[in-house]
Design a protein around this ligand. Structure first.
Ligand SMILES: Cc1ncc(COP(=O)(O)O)c(C=O)c1O
Length: 426
């Protein structure tokens, strides 16, 4: 049987794949190498829209380690360990803050967050979970209920009880109409107001992403997260960081918590951790896990041989190739370009980012800040033709390449975006 054409593959997806988005560009990616991807028409682009393959697509050392693991063992045994699993949990405890000394391995980020709140409930004996507008924590029932975007919650019936949503510090569009320079973190103080009206005085934990990922690459102002952590501690609530997107070097630190020396009680990690092989984890204080009985956490696929091998190899590669520092350097380069574009192009309302997670927010008018999604679509199309695959959602164009992107690739990608910007604005 001959290989199906791109159109055939798209037709099969449209017909049978429940998660296929018919509004996506009509391409089928079939290969990846380093920071590039190639579609079924043989067109290769620099991949600026990846949050999983942190070590790059098909890194030769990753591939070799996975090949070896496949010949050794694939699965894990519930409640038992295996060699890569023991080494991985020890390594994760080593590279995270000292207080985070126990690890629970699961299959995906949603599951990690879901478990984190259950552990918080068990440990504290309280049930309420405070989450944030624009936050996206996953796709299980519990995490869907926590999501702070209506489109991620709507019309699946009643959500999980006990979730309280509060405004996230989206300073470019501050819901309180304030400016970060002189607001004195009004939004943290406002949490007391939220609790006064929405809480039953039974707060177990708050869960927050270090920046809103799916919600638009929105970073809180410096000082906000430490202040929030203090707010939680003063109310005896656990402080849980959802680092599923932000960990494994993405922001130019191993974990985003390092930027402000945060000490969460638990972090949830995933995505880049397996760089393509599904694995996620909670790394937390052992006293929290001690509130569970042996066997309560056990599952079928968490901590399996293949996934643990993948995560261990990812860490090795990141250390050996100093990818965290590299992400910071290339991120700085991109940020310089973004800042210049903001000065030059009035359609760019805001630029933001850290390390290799950057975004530009497009507006029709800087005064009204009316979102401009059409322009993002056009820029993405032009860039793709010219060899750069951008991640764009609605009026936000983001830059999140594999961390192995080279300086030359970054320059090429930035030049292509700049030429697309000129094309759509003249
Ligand atoms: C911050 C954050 N947490 C959790 C999740 C859920 O992770 P997964 O898709 O692996 O279930 C996501 C997914 O995008 C995420 O961005």
């Amino acid at each position: 049987m001959s290989n199906p054409s791109t159109d055939d593959l798209l037709a099969l997806a449209a017909r049978y794949d429940a998660d296929f988005n018919p509004n996506s560009p009509p391409i089928v990616i079939e290969r990846g190498e380093g920071a590039t991807i190639t579609d079924t028409e043989g067109h290769t682009t620099i991949d600026l829209g990846d949050i999983i393959a942190n070590i790059g697509h098909c890194h030769p050392r990753h591939v070799a380690a996975l090949r070896e693991a496949v010949g050794q063992m694939l699965t894990g045994k519930s409640g038992l360990t295996n060699p890569p699993r023991s080494r991985l949990v020890a390594k994760l405890a080593e590279i995270t803050p000292d207080e985070l000394d126990k690890v629970y391995l699961v299959v995906g980020g949603s599951e990690a967050v879901d478990w984190a709140i259950r552990i918080a409930r068990r440990f504290t004996g309280r049930h309420e979970i405070l989450t944030f507008w624009g936050g996206v924590y996953g796709r299980t029932y519990a995490t869907t209920s926590m999501n702070g975007l209506m489109r991620r919650r709507r019309r699946f019936g009643p959500v999980m009880p006990g979730v309280i949503h509060a405004p996230f510090p989206y300073c470019y569009r501050c819901p309180f109409g304030k400016q970060p320079e002189d607001c004195n973190f009004f939004c943290v103080d406002y949490l007391d107001e939220v609790m006064l009206y929405a809480s039953t005085d039974d707060l177990a934990a708050l869960v927050i992403e270090p920046y809103l990922g799916v919600g638009g690459i929105i970073f809180p102002p410096e000082g906000y997260l430490p202040r929030l952590q203090r707010w939680a501690a003063e109310r005896d609530a656990l402080f849980i960081l959802d680092e599923v997107q932000s960990s494994f070097g993405r922001t130019g630190k191993w974990f985003a918590l390092e930027w402000e020396d945060l000490s969460p009680n638990m972090i949830c990690i995933g995505k880049g951790m397996g760089s393509g092989v599904s694995i996620a984890a909670i790394v937390g204080e052992s006293r929290l896990f001690d509130s569970l009985n042996p066997g309560e956490l056990s599952g079928g696929n968490g901590g399996n041989y293949l996934a643990c091998t993948s995560a261990l190899t990812v860490i090795d590669i990141m250390e050996d190739e100093q990818l965290v520092e590299h992400a910071r350097q290339i991120g700085n380069y991109f940020m310089e370009r973004l800042t210049r574009w903001k000065d030059e192009f009035a359609v760019i309302g805001d630029v933001r980012g850290k390390g290799l997670v950057l975004a530009m927010e497009f507006v029709k008018d800087r005064e009204t800040k009316m979102p401009f999604p059409e322009i993002v679509k056009r820029i993405s199309q032009i860039c793709y033709q010219k060899g750069v695959s951008c991640g764009g959602r609605s009026h936000i164009l983001d830059i999140r390449p594999p961390l192995v992107i080279t300086q030359e690739q970054a320059v090429f990608a930035a030049d292509v975006i700049e030429s697309a910007l000129r094309e759509v604005t003249t």
